[in-house]
Design a protein around this ligand. Structure first.
Ligand code: ZN
Length: 332
């Protein structure tokens, strides 16, 4: 798809990208470089075949496969440089990049060494107008003790550029309340709190993340569409949903939430959520793995029927709900 319905004005506006996984941003050509570094020759076509999924578990399998080639700090530096160059093409000037620290720890890596390499790789982009901030992310299915280790590694890395702690992964695994102590600790360390909720899980996961853990933004949250009271709650509390349309199509999350055999982009609830007064930020989630870009997501929003002023408002909200001080993101 081309962003044919997107005006030049929206396409070229400086943007913030707030829900973006580093490990989901590895373009097929870079995957080939990575695998070759570790002795495995693979074609781009083969990578593209793996970058296609029928459902969420298949996507998770591919995510595991790609990340299995992230073994040394310089591997992380390579993919961060690649991502930054890609973000320039999308007019992104501020981003909060999610790092799967939980996966690093599972693989017995040193998050501090990887993070140091990431900082060195991305610092040079500040002078070109791209500010990169980091979200330390735990995998829900690994449990609360492993998640606590992620928070502690954020403390050890001791960098102001780490702005938040979050949890992603299998939403249907460990109950929300088990992470209470982990989020309390994150708050104590001055980290903002995020959680993927209501992506494939029900609306109660969203409410729990906010009420039990103090989540300040919700990753996806499209299940809210199935709970009118929750829609009012999100609008009143002004809790932003990080909406990633291409991701929801590719993982089958949209069809699942709408109880449809096949969902189309026009079925996405983004317009309804926005017009209900819920703050939304538009994001790509895993752009390489979902074959999308940030401008393509704005084009998707236009396909859903949002008018130009609404798209411009969403661009604004990306900065308003960023975790770095207001105004800093636009180079003002
Ligand atoms: Zn995500």
């Amino acid at each position: 798809m081309t962003p044919h319905s997107l005006s030049d004005r929206i396409a070229t506006l400086p943007k913030a990208e707030l829900h973006l996984h580093l490990e989901g941003s590895i373009q097929p050509a870079t995957v080939c470089v990575l695998t070759a570094r570790h002795g495995i020759v693979i074609t781009e076509e083969e990578v593209r075949r793996r970058y296609a999924y029928r459902d969420f578990p298949e996507f998770i399998e591919t995510f595991k496969w790609v990340t299995s080639f992230l073994r040394e700090p310089q591997d992380y530096a390579l993919i961060a440089r690649d991502l930054a160059e890609h973000l320039f093409t999308q007019h992104v000037v501020y981003t909060e990049v999610t790092l799967s620290i939980g996966v690093m720890l599972l693989r017995k890596q040193q998050p501090e060494a990887n993070f140091e390499a990431l900082l060195r790789a991305t610092e040079q982009f500040e002078s070109r107008g791209l500010r990169v901030r980091w979200v330390f992310d735990a995998a829900r299915q690994f449990g609360a003790a492993a998640a606590m280790e992620v928070v502690e590694s954020a403390k050890r890395c001791n960098s102001k550029s780490i702005v938040a702690f979050g949890i992603g992964g299998d939403e249907l695994s460990v109950p929300t309340k088990e992470f209470r102590g982990v989020y309390d600790r994150a708050a104590q360390l001055g980290l903002h709190r995020l959680m993927h909720a209501g992506e494939v899980g029900g609306p109660e996961k969203i409410r729990e993340a906010i009420e039990l853990l103090g989540a300040e933004r919700i990753g996806h949250g499209i299940a809210a569409i199935n709970d009118p009271q929750l829609l009012d709650f999100l609008a009143e509390r002004k809790i932003p949903l990080e909406i990633c349309p291409a991701s929801n199509m590719n993982t089958g999350a949209l069809a699942r939430q709408l109880k449809l055999q096949n969902a189309t982009i026009e079925n996405h609830p983004l317009p309804k959520l926005l017009r209900h007064g819920i703050p939304v930020v538009l994001s790509t989630d895993d752009p390489a793995m979902f074959h999308t870009t940030l401008n393509e997501e704005y084009a998707n929003a236009a396909r859903m029927g949002l008018v130009e002023e609404e798209l411009a408002r969403i661009v604004e909200m990306g900065f308003e709900h960023a975790f770095s001080p207001v105004g800093e993101g636009r180079g003002a």
